[in-house]
Design a protein around this ligand. Structure first.
Ligand SMILES: Cc1cc2nc3c(=O)[nH]c(=O)nc-3n(C[C@H](O)[C@H](O)[C@H](O)COP(=O)(O)OP(=O)(O)OC[C@H]3O[C@@H](n4cnc5c(N)ncnc54)[C@H](O)[C@@H]3O)c2cc1C
Length: 289
């Protein structure tokens, strides 16, 4: 399969990329790792007239500590997110998600910004970044704005980004003391994409009870869903096996997943409860007070 003909531009700064984006409008597409866009172009699901390659734009890669947040450049590849000392120390759940994406080639080319901008319902980063309450920094020629993960993922392959915006950075708050994060995934055996997955960020008091919980599930709809019933169930409770199981049992409440050739809807709902339990348990183990 071959893509339709397209023009190619390699800007040397975010400003230059933004100028090109305004010039070419919706006929242009940004290119990051190309691991979702190029296959889509080859299948003619996407036929941009111009590709604006962000690969040579400086300042969009890497993880840095910025006050009480981690700032992750949009062009940081999955492998670098997963092996970052900062991410592994402060947000082990994010490192876990990065390290189970696709295979080694995908993790060395695909970028965290490309993954969230693409908003595939079977992607890993949207699920864990929503659990971690991340914020996305969007730049246009008119300035910059931020959108929280809860509002960023709008529908299948659709985000709150405007066509003239570039995602430059992902900001993840450092969790407070006594907080653990974790990610659990059932991967499709052929593609490695998510069949069902769960992200958890759990805070506990020294007494052992839960003071805050953010739990997200992937694979049950158009994007990550907050398991609000599970979060509510855990609030104020002792984080023991019985209470965790009761909360996880509610992980698929108010979801209506589509079954597919690999996994039926009931199986997906069941796996959501299993993976939510595993993610909560792992997060609780890491929530050292
Ligand atoms: C074999 C295979 C297996 C995979 N398995 C998994 C998996 O298990 N889990 C998973 O989550 N993903 C998986 N992926 C997808 C992979 O993670 C992609 O790399 C990722 O979804 C897209 O990132 P990219 O950098 O390649 O983006 P690209 O393909 O370059 O771009 C994707 C889209 O995002 C836009 N975009 C890119 N960067 C920006 C930006 N900074 N600002 C605004 N828009 C931008 C592009 O215009 C395009 O529309 C797999 C891919 C392959 C080929």
């Amino acid at each position: 399969m071959f893509p339709a003909n397209f023009g190619y531009a390699a800007p040397r700064s975010v400003d230059e990329a933004l100028q090109l984006l305004s010039k070419h409008g919706e006929e242009a597409k940004l290119l990051a790792g190309g691991h979702s866009l190029i296959p889509a172009m080859k299948l003619r699901l996407s036929s941009p007239r111009t590709l604006i390659d962000l690969g040579a734009v400086p300042g969009l890669r890497g993880v840095r500590l910025d006050g009480n947040t981690l700032a992750i450049g949009a062009l940081t590849v999955h492998a670098d997110v997963g092996s970052s000392d900062l991410v592994r120390k402060h947000l082990p759940g994010l490192a876990e998600a990065a390290s189970v994406i696709g295979d080694v080639q995908v993790r060395n080319r695909g970028t965290i910004g490309g993954s969230v901008a693409h908003a595939d319902p079977a992607a890993d980063f949207p699920v864990i970044l929503t659990a971690l309450n991340a914020t996305f920094v969007l730049q246009s020629t008119g300035g910059s704005r931020t959108v929280t993960a809860d509002k960023f993922f709008v529908d299948y392959f659709t985000t709150a980004m405007e066509p003239n915006e570039i995602l430059t950075e992902i900001i993840v708050p450092l969790p407070p003391a006594g907080t653990g994060t974790a990610y659990a995934k059932l991967a499709h055996p052929a593609s490695g994409y998510v069949v069902v997955s769960a992200g958890a960020m759990i805070t506990r008091q020294p007494s052992g009870s839960c003071t805050a919980a953010r739990i997200t599930i992937g694979g049950l709809g158009s994007g990550p869903v907050r398991a609000v019933a599970s979060e509510t169930e855990l609030q104020g409770k002792a984080l023991n096996a019985q209470n965790i199981a009761a909360a996880a049992a509610k992980a698929a409440e108010e979801t209506d997943p589509d079954g597919d050739i690999y996994a039926g809807a009931d199986y997906k709902r069941h796996m959501a409860t299993v993976l939510a339990r595993r993610a909560i348990e792992a997060a609780v183990k890491r929530a050292v007070t």
